[in-house]
Design a protein around this ligand. Structure first.
Ligand SMILES: [Zn+2]
Length: 307
């Protein structure tokens, strides 16, 4: 398995505030990179796995993100923010379900099956059950819920989505994780390191799936080229999500990429031009997302949002 480390942008961390924000209780970039390496090591690697929490928007995002190494996550805590079933029922009908509740249940069964196939059938997990496509309408509430889970599980690292306009629920997840971590820290808690997996975006690199959007700061990242055996294993896990087959075939299955999350400004769009979801009827635009993020941050600043 090829492992390539790209970019260790130490020069980008001139400001102490950025450093604290990014490395958290790892205290140094060197220690943060060690956590990144251990948390993303290949299945079967002889490296101590840090206490991890995985916060993803939808059932299947965890497999897209970590499929080739998910066997190492048997002691992690998984949180899915949405139920994977948009309320407009278009998805349910497309997938042959007359009732939204049946589609929601099918998605939960698929996730359960994936965990079982990965050998994680007893893994700790919760679904916050927000409706699919509506996570950005509940930023404050989701942040609050995540703070509770962070307090309870005390993760050293949290895996989540990057903020890059791919899907509104992914952006909402990124917002909630970054703010939950910040607010937890403000209350005196230990700040876990936020790690992100690559998904999809409409950024200038036109990377489609599995390419991070460029951000102002160069973040330490790691890319794993998947061996044929890895790919086969990941393919088998993704196949559990039968209702999502059409979407999942768009994802590259030849590498997995992670990086230390940069500092984001969620009140601005992640890149110039229209973001990916501005092209789709998913009930959200980048402009509206930024307004909702601004409003949520005002509530946090007033002290009545999260504690
Ligand atoms: Zn997703």
């Amino acid at each position: 398995m090829g492992t390539v480390f790209i970019g260790t942008g130490m020069a980008a961390f001139g400001k102490a505030v950025a450093s604290e924000y990014v490395v958290g209780s790892a205290r140094s970039m060197h220690a943060a990179e060690d956590l990144l390496r251990r948390a993303t090591a290949p299945d079967g690697a002889d490296l101590a796995m840090p206490r991890a929490m995985v916060v993803m928007a939808h059932a299947d995002d965890e497999t897209i993100a970590l499929g080739a190494r998910i066997g190492r996550f048997h002691e992690a805590h998984f949180i899915h923010v949405t139920d994977g079933a948009p309320r407009n029922e278009e998805d349910s009908r497309t997938h042959g379900f007359s009732f939204l509740a049946d589609y929601r249940q099918a998605r939960e069964f698929e996730l359960t099956e994936m965990f079982a196939r990965a050998g994680l059938d007893r893994v700790s997990r919760n679904c916050l059950n927000h409706p699919d496509q509506e996570a950005s309408l509940n930023l404050v509430e989701i942040t609050r819920e995540l703070i509770r889970h962070i307090k309870h599980h005390e993760p050293e690292v949290i895996f989540t989505h990057p903020y890059e306009g791919g899907h509104p629920d992914h952006d909402a997840c990124a917002f909630a994780v970054h703010h939950a971590v910040g607010l937890h820290r403000a209350e005196g808690g230990r700040r876990p390191l936020i790690l992100e997996a690559s998904f999809y975006n409409a950024g200038p690199r036109e990377g489609g799936s599995s390419m991070f959007l460029d951000v102002a700061m160069t973040m330490p990242s790691v890319t794993y080229d998947l061996s044929p055996a890895d790919r086969k294993r990941k393919h088998a896990l993704l196949a559990c999500f039968a209702t999502q087959r059409a979407t999942l075939k768009e994802f590259s299955n030849d590498r997995e990429q992670y990086r230390i999350a940069p500092m984001y400004d969620f009140t601005r769009p992640p890149h110039q031009g229209r973001v990916h979801y501005d092209h789709y009827p998913w009930g959200m635009t980048s402009e509206r997302f930024c307004e909702l993020a601004t409003r949520a941050e005002i509530r946090f600043n007033e002290g009545n949002g999260a504690v």
